[in-house]
Each structure stands twice: as C-alpha cells, then as structure tokens.
Design a protein around this ligand. Sequence first.
Ligand code: ATP
Length: 232
Amino acid sequence: MIIEIKHLKKVYAGRTVVQIEHLEVKAGETIGLVGNNGAGKTTLFRMLLDLIRPDAGEIQSKGIPVAGADQWKDYTASYLDEGFLIDYLTPEEYFVFIGSLRQMSPAHVADYLKRYEEFFNDEILNRGKYIRDFSKGNQNKIGIAAAIMQNPELLILDEPFANLDPTTQIRLKNLIKNLKKEQNLATLISSHDLNHVTDVSDRIILMEKGQIIKDLYKDENTLKDLEAYFSE
Ligand SMILES: Nc1ncnc2c1ncn2[C@@H]1O[C@H](COP(=O)(O)OP(=O)(O)OP(=O)(O)O)[C@@H](O)[C@H]1O
C-alpha cells in the first residue's frame, strides 16, 4: 500500500470540506477522482502533498505521515496547477531544473524529452519563449510532462484533461496507460471528464461535499453508472 488515509478532516470557515474516514491506495493503481465543483478533490490532493495540513486525522505514505516528512517526495510527483511551474524559465530550462532535483543530467533530460515528442505536438520545445507566454493548455503539458519525467511511484494530477485539445487528451491517456504497464505507477487523477477518467482508471472514487460516497473498481457499467449519477 502506498497511501493510507485515516480519519482525515479539513475545515474552512467552520465548514467541513473534506472528511474521509479511511482510504487506501495500492501500488500500481490508477484511481480516478470525480465529483462536482467544490467536492473537495483539490483540497484532498493538497493535503496528500503536504501543501495544506488537515485539521484532524492523517495521511500516511508508505507508513510515514506526509505532514512534515520528506521521504514521500523521493517517489511522488504531481501537477496540480500553474503554480507548479516557473514562469520566467523556458520549458527546456524548467525540465532541466526539475531533472536536477532528481539527479538527472541535462543530457539525460533531453533524452527523456524525446519520449514526449508526440504529446508535445511540436508546440513546447525550441519555441524560444518563457513558460508564462504559453497557452494554458500548453502550460499544462509542460507541468504534466515534468511530473512524469521524475519517474515517480505515485503521480497526482488535478484535472489533467482540462484545457488540452482532444488530440492531446487521447495522447495523455495513452501515456498514462503505458506508464502503468511499464513501471507499475500509482496514479491519482481528478477529472470532470467522466469518459476519459473512466477509460484510464482501474478504480473510481466519487466525492460529494467532502465525503467519499462511491469507491468502486471499474467494470463495463461504470461510465454509464457515473453518467446516470451526475444527471440526477
Ligand atoms: N483556501 C480556502 N479557503 C476557504 N475555502 C476553501 C479554500 N480552499 C478550498 N475551499 C473550499 O473547499 C471546498 C472544496 O474545494 P476544492 O477546490 O477542494 O473542490 P474541488 O472538488 O477540487 O472542486 P473543482 O471541481 O471545482 O475544482 C469548496 O467549497 C471551496 O470553496
């Protein structure tokens, strides 16, 4: 098991926005997190990454609480939003910087980036511009690629399909599926795109008002069931 959540609670202005009694994530699982706006998905991810602290309970990564610890950072990578990027760098400089945190040489990074040629669709590398000047969709591509490049055991992506064009959405799904096959990566993906998230996930967690109200392994009815649930 890579993640264990126990009695987790986050309160903002007197309102409980996340309340999860117990949740386990196993190595190699691809989990889709779905739920309407404000369900608590991003807040949960921020607690998983120790960006905010719970008001009660804890999250353990490989048995060690993430809050205040560093071990989980060696095998966890994420992209939640543009705040993860460095606006005044070019994508190449950013990838080299992120790679250096993982002891990757610039040559190793350049070699690695070749794998993303299709995903980048010729829009990211050698453009001679800073990250701040890229479109939001292309900024997302940079952040997602930088997260995957870290070769994590646990990857956390917040709405990765948002702002991507349809071609890139499909390429991202293939990338995620291949990573799972090749390196037994555990992935947590929040998404409002029921179709894509169901397609890539083995397991779907449905949140509503901070709570997990469904947690199921995908079968042939899952997409239909989710569509029915959200159309009520
Ligand atoms: N820093 C904050 N201060 C006050 N309230 C917050 C803060 N961050 C989140 N919230 C509230 O917590 C609730 C959960 O928000 P969160 O962003 O986690 O939902 P979400 O499921 O990611 O939504 P979306 O699908 O819209 O991205 C919302 O009601 C939100 O307004």
